[in-house]
Design a protein around this ligand. Structure first.
Ligand code: FAD
Length: 513
């Protein structure tokens, strides 16, 4: 019988513990040994509080109880992200987790809305999205599973304390056999013949050997970069923010079921309400503002009393040239980082884990050899995921009319990736949203940001003209009424939280954002 695959996970942040928890739950039992090494002396990044709906599927797949998790991580519900002052100062739109209207005769709803608008209708596209209307009213209820019910037209994510999530996953993983070691890795030994990682030397003197190493060591990329020199594709020419200040503050006012991102003079500010406090941060470009000024601006704009001093973070936007190199797979910040504007990092961690878990059941892996075709396919997949997210983020920065600060002048005039330019051209010409089967961000997300950033199409799908204007007006009115009615019956977000998942434990320091 073959010996078990020895998987060594380096790092115990969100990425490390998500990997450990998933592998311990979904891989074939007895076929691998999982060991995780983390250094409490080094610590974790600890920010990362806003998520995407996909995290629910991840949690469900590995067998986590949602209510328990939410209660233990001080979580609130998230129906989308509000963008304030992005296209023009004074603008506000929500990128919702859900559809706008529904297809009519196979034609996406927004074409009918555009047609009616051209004929004088003044309704806002936001009125056709249940999660937007619910967000504006601070209400929440779980979606329905009946596809005929308007309550089935949305999804939700969480806003939670990422440090508590990692802690939760640690107990979950240890209960499923993951062996944890608190130690600092001081040396990485490569195998002579092929340069694969052979062993890690701990500060205790122990040598840890393994077959597959998962690098979740954060920005430093201990194995993937420091040991294997894989290289990094930098994308700061499109996403010029390279720093953040993070600070929690006391909650004030009702808990909103959405995250807010407000465009500022040198970047943007996040606001993420959790049950016990608010996470805040200023993401900015160091070419446009100093660290001290960013901290001062952030503190002056908090809605409640600051609970700590602002914590600085530095990053380089981009991704590793290969996230799987030899016998090392980099997941989380070690694999790459795209700024948190659309809360995509935890999603990228999740997709790396689930894709890798699928490969780990392949025969090639059972033989402890990694087929180069498998590795290449994995890397292509992850490249595609990063590029999809990149284009979507760049759209927010580029499609702005703001000319009040150097960062916005730069972004408005910058040359954008060809893949994004093509998408925008098609939308401007005839309101067409390029759809793809894999990767993040479906049609409603692109619509939200196009319309929100004032990218206005010149035309719509001519098939929308087939419907009589009076009939179209009636249909649109009916959708608005259904949404209003459903939202009117939802409890307030806070009442729902109190009943569904009140925070179960007093919190210690937790994360700093
Ligand atoms: C400003 C900012 C805001 C963010 N906001 C969001 C958000 O809203 N939503 C979202 O999804 N994501 C967000 N993220 C990303 C999110 O924080 C990360 O994806 C997540 O925390 C994962 O981090 P990690 O586990 O890769 O790295 P880390 O948290 O840095 O963990 C690294 C681990 O490696 C260990 N380690 C390192 N070196 C050694 C060594 N020599 N020996 C032993 N152990 C070692 C450390 O001890 C630690 O356990 C944000 C990131 C930043 C910077």
């Amino acid at each position: 019988m073959q010996s078990p695959l020895r998987i060594v996970i380096v790092g115990g942040g969100t990425a490390g513990w998500m990997t450990a928890a998933a592998f311990a739950s979904v891989l074939a039992p007895g076929r691998q040994q999982i060991r995780l090494i983390e250094s409490s002396e080094i610590g974790i990044v600890g920010v990362g509080e806003a998520t995407l709906p996909h995290i629910r599927f991840f949690n469900r797949r590995i067998g986590i109880d949602e209510r328990e998790l939410m209660a233990k991580t001080q979580a609130t519900f998230k129906l989308g992200i509000e963008f304030v002052d992005w296209a023009r100062i004074g603008d506000s739109y929500i990128h919702p987790f859900g559809a706008y209207g529904s297809r009519i005769a196979g034609v996406p709803f927004h074409h009918y809305w555009l047609r009616q608008r051209a004929a004088g209708d003044t309704s806002d596209i936001a009125e056709y999205s249940l999660p937007i209307v619910a967000s504006r009213a601070n209400r929440f209820a779980l979606p329905s599973e009946d596809p005929k019910d308007v309550m089935s037209t949305f999804g939700y994510a969480f806003q939670f304390d990422a440090s508590l999530y990692a802690r939760y996953l640690r107990s979950f993983s240890e209960a499923r056999g993951v062996r944890r070691t608190d130690a600092k890795i001081v040396d990485v030994k490569l195998r002579g013949e092929d340069g694969w990682v052979e062993s890690l030397k701990l500060d205790s003197g122990e040598l840890v050997t393994g077959d597959l190493f998962i690098d979740c060591s954060g920005f430093r990329g201990l194995l993937i970069e420091q040991a294997l020199k894989t290289g990094y594709d930098e994308w700061t020419q499109w996403l010029p923010c390279d720093r953040a200040m993070a600070v929690p503050c006391e909650n004030s006012g009702p808990l909103t079921p959405y995250t807010r991102a407000t465009a500022r003079e040198a970047g943007w500010q996040w606001r993420i309400p959790l049950q016990h406090r608010m996470g805040n941060g200023y993401v900015y470009g160091s070419n446009f503002i100093s660290d001290d000024e960013a901290a001062t601006k952030l503190l002056s704009r908090l809605e409640g009393k600051a609970l700590a001093t602002p914590r600085p973070l530095r990053f380089t936007t981009g991704r590793r040239k290969k996230t799987w190199n030899r016998n090392v797979v980099a997941i989380g910040l070690a694999g790459g980082f795209l700024e948190p504007l659309e809360s995509t990092s935890i999603y990228l961690i999740q997709i790396a884990i689930t894709t890798l878990a699928d490969y780990l059941t392949a025969r090639a892996i059972d033989e402890h050899e990694f087929d180069p075709r498998t590795v290449a396919a994995y890397n292509r997949w992850m490249d595609m995921e990063y590029e999809r997210v990149r284009d979507f983020l760049v759209l927010h920065y580029h499609a702005t009319e703001r000319d009040d600060a150097p960062i916005w002048n730069y972004c408005r005039n910058m040359r954008i990736p060809d893949s994004l330019a093509h998408k925008m051209e098609l939308f401007r010409a005839r309101a067409h949203v390029i759809s793809y089967k894999d990767g993040l961000f479906l049609e409603p997300s692109w619509l939200a940001v196009y319309f929100g950033q004032r990218v206005i199409p010149q035309d719509y799908d001519l098939r929308a003209d087939a419907m009589e204007p009076v009939e179209a007006e009636m249909q649109l009115g009916r959708i608005r009424e259904k949404i209003q009615g459903a939202v009117g019956r939802m409890p307030s977000h806070e009442d729902f939280l109190r009943h569904y998942c009140p925070a179960s434990e007093p919190t210690e320091a937790g994360s700093n954002a």
